[in-house]
Write a protein that binds this ligand. Structure first.
Ligand SMILES: [Zn+2]
Length: 245
């Protein structure tokens, strides 16, 4: 069998168009929106201290909406001007928020300026995740925190693109991650893993049990999530906190 070559790639233009064409905040269904809220809580619970937080690949800015008025000053970086405009319009406050169009490989911030960096559901979209990790290491002070969230052991599906007859991955996910792969990337990039957790047991979500328990505080919800995980294994996401050496 002939292995078709992948689509040629222009990731900057792709994500610029993606944000113009789709508003994920509007289109996500209630169940996935509810899980997103849980995942985001799970990520931010690993955040300690305060200072400058670079949200790299910020999308429409859930990080700052969770952290509004808290101890971090968030700077949003995204390839899409449309996404950044949504953040600014939603916040609408006098002092910000700070936002710049930028590529994860090259963030317009001086070295060592950031106390924390978030890469949430970004790495799986990048051709060269190691390069983005190295860039976050450059941004962070020694001891600064990098929080990564990514789909866990995702089985990437491919489609044959009707325009160019080449293979293209669903949701533009180029990589699948697990503990070992992220651990190696972080170690090579100058980080020590501080903690990692799997979140969103598939069975807990697809049975709607997670949604039915949406009124539970996060900590209690997590007990159920873990219990389902013990019984039924598969989790949707991995969240890793790493410390810059
Ligand atoms: Zn194509």
């Amino acid at each position: 069998m002939v292995e078709p070559a992948p689509c040629c790639m222009d990731h900057r233009e792709h994500y610029r168009l993606d944000a113009e064409l789709f508003d994920y905040a509007d289109t996500s269904d209630r169940l996935s929106a509810d899980f997103d809220r849980r995942l985001h809580s799970g990520i931010l619970r690993k955040l300690q201290g305060g200072g400058i937080l670079a949200d790299v690949g910020s999308g429409d800015g859930w990080v700052s909406s969770f952290l509004a008025g808290k101890r971090f000053q968030v700077i949003h970086f995204d390839l899409s001007h449309a996404n950044l405009r949504r953040i600014v319009e939603r916040r609408g406050d006098v002092n910000g928020p700070a936002a710049a169009v930028a590529d994860a490989y090259s963030i317009p911030l001086r070295g060592g300026a950031a106390d924390a960096v978030i890469l949430s559901e970004v790495l799986e979209h990048l051709e060269d995740p190691a390069r983005a990790i190295r860039e976050t290491a450059r941004l962070l002070k020694p001891g600064g925190r990098l929080l990564i969230a990514a789909p866990y052991r995702e089985k990437i599906r491919y489609y044959l693109c009707i325009h160019c007859n080449r293979m293209t991955p669903a949701n533009a996910h180029l990589h699948s991650f697990d503990e070992g792969k992220l651990g190696a990337l972080l170690d090579d990039g100058g980080f020590d893993v501080a903690s990692r957790s799997l979140i969103g047991c598939r069975l807990f979500l697809v049975t709607r049990a997670s949604y039915l328990l949406r009124w539970l505080p996060f900590g209690v919800w997590r007990l159920f999530d873990r219990a389902f995980g013990l019984a039924a294994g598969k989790f949707m996401n991995i969240v890793v906190s790493a410390r810059r050496r």
